[in-house]
Ligand binder design. Sequence first.
Ligand SMILES: *Cc1c(COP(=O)(O)O)cnc(C)c1O
Length: 432
Amino acid sequence: MVNTTIKTTKSQEIFAAAQSLMPGGVNSPVRAFKSVGGQPIVFDRVKGAYIWDVDGNEYIDYVGTWGPAICGHTNPEVIAALHSALEKGTSFGAPSVLENVLAEMVIDAVPSIEMVRFVNSGTEACMAVLRLMRAFTKRDKIIKFEGCYHGHADMFLVKAGSGVATLGLPDSPGVPKSVTSDTLTAPFNDLEAVKVLFEQNRDQIAGVILEPVVGNAGFVTPDAGFLEGLRELTHEHGALLVFDEVMTGFRISYGGAQEKFGVTPDLTTLGKIIGGGLPVGAYGGRRDIMSMVAPAGPMYQAGTLSGNPLAMTAGIKTLELLQKPGTYDYLEQITKKLADGLLQVARETGHDACGGNISGMFGMFFTSGPVHNYEDAKASDTAKFGRFHRGMLEHGIYLAPSQFEAGFTSIAHTPEDIERTLQAALYVMSTL
Ligand SMILES: *Cc1c(COP(=O)(O)O)cnc(C)c1O
């Protein structure tokens, strides 16, 4: 168990070769381990709660391909369903009954969703929902929160610092100021700041979009009254409330954060879990708003592979498995044991830490906290997190390679996996 040095020869070879083939050797930045240092491991295969790398090392996985693997990797029922779907074709580009089935499941599950449109990624869902917010309200400005991620579309790439909180300065070269100038930002959990933005921009704000539980700034929960307050403010100002539940949907409860917290937005974006490991996104909400989407209405949005039969199949089977009684109680039980255990280990070994979980989503910051927003999260000792991450990896535990990413469990994780993880954490934290 305490194998402090693992063999990574093949991982290193493959990742080195990848450098000249793909920017940074990856197809999505965080995979490159830049924020924790060291080299990423290169995956060979995944099963249940486990990953094997190309050098044959086994890890307990707490990334779960960033959330979708909630039923465990390569769940036999999902794989069997995919095998039979595969025989019938990989893409239709035309209606199929599978789309109806998944649409009905999503509509039944998610309180705000009366109609849904499937797309191919969370980014695409958020891009489309923004267009819809603007089309429906005939207003251009939106409010987002610092540290919330809504995919990589231009309009969302704004992380305005404290002094320029309302200026909407772009976060990446290549994003024109003109595209982000209508993106206003506020600190998460700061209702007062949102109120001020509404007052300063009367009748101009199309809506507010947020991760109801933040997973892209670490794990940050909404303070009591925050979601309710946003619901009231948006009503008051004729603006729409949009929950980006790409991560939290079917994760923190079957009906997502809106079911968990009892606050119903006007529109919702989904992704990750609803594709069961295949590329899917979705946006949906009130029927009168969704009726604006082409061809029912004038707001254009389309997709060659949207509603793809393999993706629909994996999503349907995954949601079916999640409907089994006890799923979310089990996730809560094991994940709470993990999150509480990590904090206890940190205390025992003399490290400042805070964190928590909701069902199968968790996080831990190396700061005493409490963390209410991205500013608070940034007080974390990221260098220490990097050392912790590397140590855990060497002890067979695969954590998200950034202090600012939430972690995920699955129904395939056993209490023994959690126990092994906490043992590794105790060893690693006592060496930090
Ligand atoms: C992952 C994520 C996205 C983007 O989804 P992709 O499928 O990576 O494009 C958007 N919003 C949230 C909250 C996410 O976690």
